[in-house]
Design a protein around this ligand. Structure first.
Ligand code: AP5
Ligand code: MG
Length: 229
C-alpha cells in the first residue's frame, strides 16, 4: 500500500508516520528527514538544498523529484510505504504519478492532516529532535523524560533551524501558495481522506487507523501476524 501524507508544517505528519511505521510496519519516507540527512553528511544534494531549507523555501523540484524517485525505486516491491512531505507541488505530483504507474504501485490513499495556524505555530516553536536518532518531542505536548535528552538513545535534543517563528511563517506561506492545491488535485482523483490534525496524537492515530482499516490494513495485519508466527 502506498500512502501520501499531506498537510501544513507542524500538522503532525511525521509523528503519525512514525506511529504507523512502528505499529503496522510501514516504511516511512520523509523528504525533510532525507534532505536533513544529506545536509548533515555534506552530500551534493545537501549542499544544494541547505539554503532553501534554512529560509523555509521549497528545495527545487528537480532535486527533490530525483532524490525521492530513487528512494522509492530502492524499496523492495512488497513494502508498504508512507510518503511524508512529498509531493509538495503539482509538478512533483505529476512526476510521482507517472513513476508509480510505471512501477505498478499507484498511490492508494492521500491523507490530508487539517490543522489550524495556531496549532502548528505552537507545535513547531516548541519541537525538539534527537541529534542522533531523529526522535521527535515537544516541550509541553510530548516532553522527554529528562529535559534535553532523548528517551530512546540518550543523545542531546536540538531545535531545527527552520523552527524559528519567522521561518515557520515563511513555510506556512509556501504551503499555502505551492502545496495546498494538492488537496484538490488528489480530491479529483478520489483518493483524498481528511483527518483532524488538531487533536491530541493518540486521537489522530485512532482516526487514521479507522480510515486505513478496510480492506488494506486488515490484510496487512493478517500477513504481519503470520510473519510473526
Ligand atoms: P519537512 O521536514 O517535511 O517539514 P514540514 O512540512 O515543514 O513539516 P514538519 O516536519 O515541520 O511538520 P510535521 O507535520 O511532520 O509535524 P511533526 O509530526 O514533526 O520539510 C522541511 C524542509 O525541507 C521544507 O521547508 C523544504 O525546504 C524541504 N522539503 C521537504 N519536502 C520537500 C519537497 N517535497 N519539495 C521541496 N522541498 C521540500 O509535529 C510537530 C510538533 O508537534 C512535534 O514537536 C510533535 O511532537 C508535536 N505534535 C505532533 N502531533 C501532535 C499532536 N497531535 N498533539 C500535540 N502535539 C503534536
Ligand atoms: Mg515532518
Amino acid at each position: 500500500m502506498q500512502i501520501v501524507f499531506l498537510g501544513p508544517p507542524g500538522a503532525g505528519k511525521g509523528t503519525q508516520a512514525v506511529m504507523l511505521a512502528d505499529k503496522k510496519g510501514f516504511l516511512h519516507l520523509s523528504t525533510g528527514d532525507i534532505l536533513r540527512e544529506n545536509v548533515k553528511n555534506g552530500t551534493l544534494i545537501g549542499k544544494k538544498a541547505k539554503a532553501f531549507m534554512d529560509k523555509g523555501e521549497l528545495v527545487p523540484d528537480n532535486i527533490v523529484i530525483e532524490m525521492m524517485l530513487d528512494t522509492i525505486k530502492n524499496t523492495r516491491s512488497h513494502e508498504d510505504f508512507i510518503l511524508d512531505g512529498f509531493p509538495r507541488t503539482v509538478y512533483q505530483a505529476n512526476n510521482l504519478d507517472r513513476e508509480l504507474n510505471k512501477l505498478k504501485l499507484p498511490i492508494d490513499m492521500v491523507v490530508y492532516f487539517k490543522a489550524s495556524i495556531k496549532t502548528v505555530i505552537l507545535r513547531l516553536t516548541d519541537r525538539r529532535l534527537c541529534s542522533k536518532c531523529g526522535a521527535s518531542y515537544h516541550i509541553t505536548n510530548m516532553p522527554p523524560k529528562k529535559q534535553g535528552v532523548c528517551d530512546k538513545c540518550g543523545s542531546e535534543l536540538y531545535q531545527r533551524k527552520d523552527d524559528s517563528e519567522k521561518t515557520i511563517k515563511k513555510r506556512l506561506e509556501v504551503y499555502n501558495s505551492q502545496t495546498k492545491e494538492l488537496i484538490d488535485y488528489y480530491k479529483s482523483q478520489g483518493i483524498l481522506k481528511e483527518v483532524s490534525g488538531d487533536m491530541e496524537a493518540s486521537k489522530v492515530y485512532s482516526e487514521l487507523s479507522e480510515i486505513l482499516t478496510p480492506p488494506f490494513l486488515l490484510q496487512r495485519d493478517a500477513s504481519k501476524q503470520k510473519e510473526l508466527g
